[in-house]
Design a protein around this ligand. Sequence first.
Ligand code: NAD
Length: 291
Amino acid sequence: MILLDGKKTSADIKEEIALEVAELRRRKDITPHLAAVIVGSDGASITYVNAKVKACERVGFESSLIRLPEDTSEEELLNEISILNVDNDIDGFIVQLPLPKHIDEQKIIMAIDPEKDVDGFHPTNVGKMALNLPTFISATPFGILELLDRYNVETSGKHVVVIGRSHIVGSPMSILLAQKRKIGNATVTLTHSRTKNLKEITLQADIIIAAIGIPEFLKADMVKDEVTIIDVGITRVPDSRKKSGYRLLGDVAFEEVSKKAAFITPVPGGVGPMTIAMLLKNTLLACKNKI
Ligand code: NAD
């Protein structure tokens, strides 16, 4: 079994980005700038957004964190977005999701200038991705493609089973892997909560991408030998032995499934760190697109 080490791979990618940033600064006096907007004080969201800002600093980007209170109105947030859209100093920005219930997430995503939408969530960018045109591929699917590529996992002609059809992971993953691209050309089955006989389907998979959010959902008896496993799930489960009071579990029962797998991502240290690295990559692209 080979561990698909997202921590190490993302560190390599960040190093590559840092070199490019140094070069951009030296030759053109340009520094990429990512802004992140967070509304409210959800613990996990703050952790994620802080990790993104810290990663910017490590690669030499400028970063701005805009923290807004929980009771920020939709109009106020839209106003903030229109300021970021026209701020020439900012190459790309993200609005950390989920947003408080009184704000319409889709409306917010639609308000972001697609040229600055480094999360790749705007319908214009999703459409380009679906048509295999150059665009910002959203960070989690982009990170999974990169991880498969760097570990030379063959996808062409393989049967990929994606579990979960979210707009940010499962659905784009299924589209990308079916496309004619280096990491693609797969036969893809997209499964979800209404899928019947899931086990019969996963048992036929060469590669399984689990993005469900149910801890240890995928068990060893659901996979065949030599399978490749990408575990996207991150669930915090209470653990009094941990200083934080919780531990992170993926959607895959790692102990038992890893015994059958050819390649597998750990949780934490798999897909999660890759997501941040690819957000940086998209920001660098946004910056270079402006030159
Ligand atoms: P989501 O939470 O929006 O949706 C879950 C999906 O799972 C749905 O499409 C649903 O149909 C499917 N599902 C639920 N029960 C099922 C079942 N019994 N059988 C088959 N399918 C079932 O999905 P999401 O936003 O992609 O998040 C999934 C998980 O991935 C969460 O744990 C989330 O925290 C994690 N996540 C991690 C990263 C990362 O960077 N590592 C990024 C995004 C999401």
